[in-house]
Design a protein around this ligand. Structure first.
Ligand code: ZN
Ligand code: ZN
Length: 261
């Protein structure tokens, strides 16, 4: 399995998972040009893309969807709540609404090469989702943009051997930083984002020897990869592969748990 994080954070999010034969994309907050360039650079054939799954409709996760839909003609999956509550956003973003497929949380979605189960997250975008999925006998987990850890996420993360988890902000940097008070409250609130502390604690409690952890969606203003790396090094037991994702990196295969941050 190849994992390609094209970009992650408030500038845009796009995560690609490919078996070589079949590929899924989670979120599309980048241009079509960027997706095609990066995939070509890492030798993932664009014709193998089977579906796009959206976590939610904030522009950093969805601004490229309309173009991708028209270029590739692939199914786009979103929660039924998100589809119902965000029609005006979808129109504004030129998403072909009639071609969007909806699901209920907990339902299993089968696309070639992947079996995907969405779960509800806690964010200020109605119907936001995280995803647990299985491919080639391995379980994966991806959760970003959530102010709280949803109940369902625990069992999915425990089952998954490879996890992508939001580690958005350092509590100290956010509280002493330049953001206005209302924005600080939004970010740290129950419909905001996960702190480094919560992300690493969750990762630690749901992981075991040989697992791979990728920390994503770091805030550019209220966090630094260095801080997350140091916290993870302290908290995550050895034998668990751990990586803080910055933009445009390719991660290949099933990590063996030797490298820690
Ligand atoms: Zn986001
Ligand atoms: Zn968001």
């Amino acid at each position: 399995m190849h994992y390609l994080v094209i970009t992650t954070g408030s500038c845009g999010n796009c995560y690609i998972f490919s078996t070589g034969q079949d590929t899924i994309i989670i979120d599309d907050g980048v241009t079509y040009k960027k997706i095609t360039e990066k995939m070509a650079e890492h030798e993932i054939d664009i014709s193998t893309v089977r579906a796009l799954f959206l976590t939610h409709l904030h522009p950093d996760h969805s601004k490229g969807v309309g173009v991708l839909q028209r270029k590739l003609g692939i199914p786009v999956f979103i929660s039924s709540i998100s589809r119902e509550k965000n029609e005006s956003i979808m129109i504004r973003q030129k998403i072909e609404i009639d071609d969007v497929l909806t699901y209920d949380f907990g339902e299993s979605i089968e696309v070639p090469g992947f079996s995907v189960i969405p779960f509800s997250t806690s964010h200020d975008s109605d119907g936001s989702a995280g995803y647990a999925f299985r491919s080639e006998g391995v379980d994966y987990f991806l959760m970003t943009d959530t102010g709280l850890i949803p109940e369902a996420a625990w069992a999915f993360a425990e089952k998954a051997r490879v996890k992508f988890i939001e580690s958005n902000y350092d509590e100290e940097m956010l509280s002493s930083g330049p953001y206005p008070e209302f924005l600080k409250r939004r970010i740290s609130g129950e419909y905001g984002h996960l702190s480094n502390y919560d992300a690493i604690d969750f990762a630690k409690k749901t992981s075991r020897h040989g697992d791979s952890l990728y920390f994503v969606h770091l805030s550019a203003n209220n966090n630094s990869p260095q801080i997350v790396r140091e916290m993870a090094r302290k908290e995550i037991p050895s034998g668990i592969f751990c990586k803080v994702c910055e933009r445009g990196e390719l991660f290949e295969g099933f990590q063996d748990g030797e490298e820690v941050c």
